[in-house]
Ligand binder design. Structure first.
Ligand SMILES: Cc1cc2nc3c(=O)[nH]c(=O)nc-3n(C[C@H](O)[C@H](O)[C@H](O)COP(=O)(O)O)c2cc1C
Length: 192
């Protein structure tokens, strides 16, 4: 049977990032389901701020092409997305913008595969406002299929236990349900 491949990335490169902790948890849960999981840290894919002149002069940076290959190779993608001023991070937007510029077959690489999104923030809203913005960009701008379920985790400082699991049983159950659905949909893609 073809194994579902799932890519997990965090929209933060901060060393103690709460969203990278969420990404790590989703990696663990997806692997437990039986997925083949790739966990990328965007610190390993440095990209200049997008500039059309730069692209015209130098083409796409190597990191953008490498990331494109990762998006293309996976059936499902989970993005853990910090909230900055009610939106998502400039790091994540810049990454999506650069990757979207590579269309060797004329198609958006984001239009294949299935996407799930989640956030951790110190505030009570758990980064939900940023997730709405990210959903809009993924769906409307990039043609991605984004699962309706999302996981948003408030109270970041006490959100995880010492094992990296979510401290709240109800929030943990939402994360598990999201992984279950992402795995199921990715499995369909793997068999297609
Ligand atoms: C520029 C900036 C804007 C922020 N705006 C929000 C916000 O609108 N809502 C929120 O809950 N947290 C906001 N925060 C706090 C971040 O959610 C917090 O720093 C979080 O830890 C970042 O995610 P990370 O831990 O994954 O790096 C903001 C932080 C920064 C640096």
């Amino acid at each position: 049977m073809n194994t579902a491949k799932i890519l997990v990335i965090s929209g933060s490169t901060r060393t103690q990032s709460y969203n990278t902790q969420l990404a790590a948890l989703m990696v663990k849960l997806a692997a437990q389901k039986g997925a083949e999981v790739t966990h990328l840290n965007l610190v390993d894919y440095p990209l200049p701020l997008y500039n059309g002149d730069l692209e015209a002069e130098e083409g796409l940076p190597k990191a953008a092409l490498q990331l494109h290959a990762h998006f293309q190779a996976n059936h499902g993608v989970f993005i853990a997305s910090p909230e900055y001023n009610a939106s998502f991070t400039p790091l994540l937007k810049n990454t999506l913008d650069w990757v979207s510029r590579h269309r060797p077959d004329g198609k958006s690489v984001f239009s294949t595969g299935v996407y799930a999104i989640g956030a951790v923030s110190p505030g009570a809203l758990g980064g939900m406002r940023g997730l709405i913005q990210l959903r809009s960009v993924l769906e409307v701008g990039l043609g991605a299929l984004v699962l309706p379920e999302m996981v948003s985790v408030g109270g970041a400082a006490s959100a995880f236990d010492v094992h990296g699991n979510l401290a709240s049983a109800s929030v943990g159950a939402r994360a598990q349900a999201l992984v279950d659905r992402l795995y199921k949909e990715a499995q369909y893609q793997a068999l297609a």
